[in-house]
Structures are given as structure tokens and as C-alpha cells.
Design a protein around this ligand. Structure first.
Ligand code: ADE
Length: 239
């Protein structure tokens, strides 16, 4: 997969290279990450990329030309079939279904806006889709791009070590994750559930499944509505 990001602050994306699963995936070339800075494509002396909004009001708006040229440069490198997305609070909400949707695009270009946003004509003409990571306003699209990239990387073949698995994460199978424990066995009276020390793998799997179902039912009941529970799951929920 090759992901490009159009950003005024390309160094922000370096956080993905700091460590952990994302750094490893980038080092091993499972994901190629490239950035383009619209400031490099301005035609004015002060390398300005923004201007005041027509109709008045606070803040500045990112102009079409530098962004459009940056997008075109990126597409000339990534390929004509690149899927171009713009990150904004007005976009489609990113969730686990969104992860699977965006994984279908081997070449993805993310446009991170700043200020009050980007000129609407760019969204109409140059952007395929708008995505949001939640109902709140960030100072720019970079963190949203990084959230999405991190979530996608977990699903790239070989990105996770064998001891980590995307298929046991929360939201796989539509459920939240079960609780986790590690040593010590007892901490100021707080004990690890005995079943986890039993060595009975079938019973442990059953207990974890029940915990995951219960937590999902309490915290995100809407997730359960989207699932067709098996007879076994219904039984676990009522026990
Ligand atoms: N840019 C600013 N806020 C955002 C959000 N909530 N999601 C995606 N991009 C954004």
C-alpha cells in the first residue's frame, strides 16, 4: 500500500516512524508513506497558501491552486487510480467499516487541511471522498490522517507480529475486546480471574467471549444490533 499525505506540516507524520507497529511496517516497506507540502507549489513570494474567506468571517481558507498542484504532483507519483480523500469534521465517520473500505485502495492520498478549511471548489473537483474521525474539531487533518493510517496498518498482511492479531482486537467480529491481565497474579487484593490461570483453553475462550459480549452490550449496544448473534452468543449473554 502507498499512502500520500498533502500537509503543511509533513514532520508531524514522522510520529508514525517513532516506534511500534507503524514504525516496523514502514521500515519493512509494507506501507510506503510520502508527503507533499502545498507551500512548495505556491507561485507567490511569501509562499502563502491561504486567503480571507469570501463573505467575511473569522479565519483563513486554503486556496485551490497550491493544493491542486500538490495533489496533481502526488497523483503523478502514486498513480492515476489513486483514491483522494479530504479529512474534515464534515466527512463520513471513520470506524471499523471505514478501515475495511479504505483498505480496498492500494494507493490513497489524504489531504490534511488547516485554518477554517479548504476552498469548496477543490472538494467538488479534486476530492473523491471526505472522512471524519469524530464529531469534534481538530486544528488540522494531520492527526486524523495518522489515526486512519495507524488503523489501516494493523490490517496489512505481516504488519502484526504473531503474538499480536488484528482478529482479536476490539471491533473484529463487531465486538469490543475482552479484559486483559498480566503478572502479578494479585495486586493489593485485586486478583486475576481464576479461570485465566486454569489452563483450560476452551473455558478461557468461552469466558473471554462472554466478557466481550457483556462489555459490548453495556457500552456499545448499537454494535450488537448490527450483529446476528449465534445461539451460543445469546446463551452467553443471558448466563
Ligand atoms: N480535521 C479537523 N477536524 C477533523 C476531524 N474531526 N476529523 C477529520 N479531520 C479533521
Amino acid at each position: 500500500m502507498h499512502i500520500g499525505v498533502i500537509t503543511l506540516f509533513p514532520q508531524m507524520l514522522d510520529a508514525l516512524r517513532c516506534g511500534g507497529i507503524t514504525a516496523r511496517a514502514l521500515e519493512r516497506g509494507l506501507l510506503q508513506l510520502s508527503t507533499w507540502n502545498p507551500r512548495d507549489f505556491t507561485h507567490n513570494k511569501h509562499r502563502r497558501v491561504d486567503d480571507r474567506p469570501y463573505g467575511g468571517g473569522p479565519g483563513m481558507v486554503m486556496q485551490v491552486q497550491p493544493l491542486r498542484t500538490a495533489i496533481q504532483m502526488a497523483i503523478s507519483v502514486l498513480g492515476q487510480d489513486t483514491h483522494v480523500i479530504y479529512l474534515s469534521p464534515q466527512g463520513r465517520r471513520f470506524d471499523q467499516n471505514g478501515v475495511q473500505t479504505l483498505l480496498n485502495y492500494p494507493r490513497l492520498l489524504m489531504v490534511a487541511g488547516r485554518y477554517e478549511g479548504i476552498d469548496e471548489r477543490l472538494i467538488e473537483q479534486d476530492i473523491d471522498e471526505e472522512w471524519s474521525i469524530g464529531d469534534y474539531v481538530l486544528s488540522g487533518g494531520e492527526l486524523a490522517a495518522m489515526v486512519i493510517i495507524d488503523a489501516l496498518i494493523r490490517w496489512l498482511p505481516q504488519a502484526l507480529g504473531h503474538q499480536e492479531s488484528a482478529t482479536t482486537d476490539s471491533f473484529y467480529n463487531g465486538l469490543l475486546d475482552h479484559p486483559h491481565y498480566t503478572r502479578p497474579e494479585e495486586l493489593a487484593g485485586q486478583k486475576v480471574p481464576a479461570i485465566l490461570l486454569s489452563g483450560n483453553h476452551a473455558q478461557i475462550a468461552r469466558w473471554r467471549h462472554k466478557q466481550a459480549l457483556g462489555k459490548t452490550w453495556r457500552r456499545c449496544p448499537q454494535l450488537l444490533e448490527q450483529l446476528e448473534l449465534t445461539a451460543e452468543q445469546q446463551q452467553l449473554l443471558t448466563e
